[in-house]
Design a protein around this ligand. Structure first.
Ligand SMILES: Cc1cc2nc3c(=O)[nH]c(=O)nc-3n(C[C@H](O)[C@H](O)[C@H](O)COP(=O)(O)O)c2cc1C
Length: 194
């Protein structure tokens, strides 16, 4: 299916970004990677706390560990991606700003994904990870940081390396309309059946 925003004013990048599971073996250049993290850098955060942490690997020495951190289902397709990584939040402060650290990190992750889309790349976030292994391999402390998800990035593939079932899901998904979650005033309407 084609993603078609209900408003003609919406930038095309929002429809062009979707989470493919097929990646070609074309490498992502260091320049493209730098642009993705530069985009993440400019995300907003409470008091400019910038709690996000990104780990990434291409074909370097930590590739095997990075792949092992991805859960079995996701690993099946994600290992074909030239870039895989992990995203964590590390508030670094006690108290009020810690409350939005994951929210801020999500904004940075979305900035990265949209910049990647602008460069003709795809990013697929993965909550399905081996969490204990992720803490062990990164050395992050659970009291100080929250490892949130992994990601795969690269050029979209043609789907030929996927199972038939995953090939059939290799397309943009739909959304509920904005009227279902954006309310003028303070009274929400019930969430629609999806
Ligand atoms: C935090 C987060 C975790 C996700 N975890 C997984 C995952 O473990 N495996 C997977 O295949 N997709 C995962 N996804 C991708 C979502 O399924 C996908 O974003 C959603 O279906 C909407 O599709 P779209 O990104 O193509 O628009 C995750 C997305 C997010 C934001």
């Amino acid at each position: 299916m084609e993603r078609s925003p209900d408003s003609p004013l919406v930038d095309p990048v929002f429809a062009e970004r979707w989470s493919s599971r097929s990646f070609s073996d074309t490498p992502v250049s260091d320049e493209q990677l730098a642009a993705m993290f530069e985009a993440a850098r400019w995300a907003p955060s409470w008091m400019n706390n910038q709690p996000w942490v990104f780990f990434y690997e291409t074909d370097g020495p930590d590739r095997a560990d990075m792949e092992a951190i991805i859960s079995e289902f996701n690993r099946g397709w994600a290992v074909a991606a030239p870039v895989i990584g992990l995203i964590a939040s590390r508030p670094g402060v006690e108290g009020f700003m810690a409350r939005t650290a994951e929210f801020d990190t999500g904004a940075a992750a979305m900035s990265l994904a949209h910049q990647a889309t602008k460069l003709g790349l795809a990013v697929h976030l993965m909550g399905g990870i081996e969490l204990d292994l992720a803490y062990e391999k990164t050395g992050l402390n659970r009291d100080e940081a929250n490892i949130l998800c992994a990601f795969a990035a690269g050029h979209r593939g043609d789907g030929s390396n996927l199972s038939e079932k995953l090939q059939s899901r290799e397309q943009p998904s739909d959304r509920m309309p904005a009227a279902a979650f954006a309310f003028r005033g303070l009274t929400p309407t019930p969430r629609p059946e999806t």
